[in-house]
Design a protein around this ligand. Structure first.
Ligand code: EPU
Length: 341
């Protein structure tokens, strides 16, 4: 049987590192133990809170619903031809360990996604993305356990409704399935590395690298991330707190008149994506602090716990930012982080 833990402290089970407790806590290391959980009477009545690396969640209260922590291990490879492999990865594998594993074995595709906190099972939930690459570009399929029936189901890319920081598992199928493994398609000897985003090319130039390898790109991304994003083991945070909003062209044009330097990237023909970090920074909120809850001083999109902040204090800062952004630019910022309850 899977051991049940009562009144479990979640401080080290999520990256905001708040002092919150779960009334019931279970750790799952294989698909078989998921089946055992379904027959456990303590768990029947309430919805489960599924936790991977806890890197995209804000707890504002102690958790009275059962917390199920996914720790399914394993990386296995299926060769697919001279230049492509398929790799099946347990949901509990740490994402950056997978990236390093792929580089150690000479496979490319994940280098731009280096150092993203969290576990592999959570990666498809919000279609993780960074430095010009999103998971969907390497994603093949995933296996998931249906909580209501106990059946396993495979979802292929087209069935996951991937979008910017979203998938069917965040919308229609929210809380209905537990992702147990993901299968990715990686490449060997790939020359078309993605170097276009932001500072990657600058960092490579600074280090005198002209013909970068996937490892060089990964090192550049690590350097950029470390310079802007706080290490969750040192300062509690959950990465970007808000999504970058997509606004109508005409609103963007209007804003451009008042803020000529506002950045924006066309999304299709009708919308423009604006960096929320810029909007918040422009309001002078970078480094803003209320007690131990604050806005990171190098990246305004990241909210931080300097020590003993609680979820309500972080949420109060988030609401303050949303109000200021709405009043100044007429834009509603949507949280990217999952907020419990
Ligand atoms: N900017 C500012 N001030 C700030 C922050 C950003 O002016 O305080 C400006 C930057 O100068 C730049 C633009 O905003 O012109 C974009 O900034 P950045 O490249 O840092 O990226 P981002 O849009 O803030 C997104 C992702 C990050 C990802 C980076 C790199 C979202 C919500 N966030 O951030 O993802 O690492 O791009 O690709 O899409 C995460 O999801 O947790 C995360 C960290």
């Amino acid at each position: 049987m899977v051991p049940v833990q009562h009144n479990y402290n979640l401080k080290d089970a999520h990256t905001f590192h708040m002092d919150v407790h779960a009334s019931l806590f279970f750790e799952v290391i294989g698909e078989r133990s998921l089946d055992q959980l379904r027959s456990n009477k303590l768990l029947r009545e309430k919805p489960w809170v599924i936790l991977g690396g806890g890197s995209n969640v804000l707890f504002t209260e102690n958790v009275t619903d059962p917390v199920v922590k996914i720790s399914i291990p394993g990386i296995s490879v299926r060769e697919c031809g001279s230049n492509t492999i398929m790799v099946k990865v347990g949901a509990g594998v740490n994402w950056h360990e997978l990236v390093l594993w792929s580089l150690d074995h000479g496979y490319s595709g994940l280098e731009n996604l280096s150092l993203i906190p969290g576990q592999c099972g959570a990666a498809p939930m919000q279609n993780i993305g960074a430095y010009g690459v999103e998971l969907v570009q390497v994603f093949e399929s995933l296996d998931a356990f249906e909580i209501s029936t106990g059946l396993m189901k495979t979802f292929y890319r087209d069935e996951c409704a991937f979008g910017y920081r979203t998938s069917i598992f965040k919308t229609e199928l929210k809380n209905k399935f537990i992702i147990t493994s993901i299968t990715l398609r990686l490449h060997r000897n790939r020359s078309d590395l993605n170097l276009d985003y932001g500072d990657i090319q600058n960092v490579l130039n600074d280090t005198g690298i002209r013909n970068p390898t996937p490892r060089d790109v990964s090192n550049a991304v690590i350097k950029i991330r470390q310079s802007k994003l706080p290490d969750p083991n040192q300062i509690g945070n959950a990465g970007s707190f808000f999504k970058n909003p997509e606004i109508d062209h005409h609103l963007f044009k209007e804003l451009k008149r008042t803020f000529p330097e506002i950045p924006g990237y066309a999304v299709g023909t009708a919308k423009v994506k604006v960096p929320a970090g810029w909007l918040i920074d422009k309001l002078g909120l970078k480094g803003y602090r209320n007690g131990d809850a604050g806005v990171h001083d190098k990246q305004a999109l990241v909210l931080v716990n300097h020590g003993s902040a609680n979820g309500h204090q972080i949420l109060a800062i988030a609401h303050h930012i949303q109000d200021r952004v709405q009043n100044t630019y007429g834009i509603l910022l949507e949280p990217e982080v999952n907020i419990y309850p």
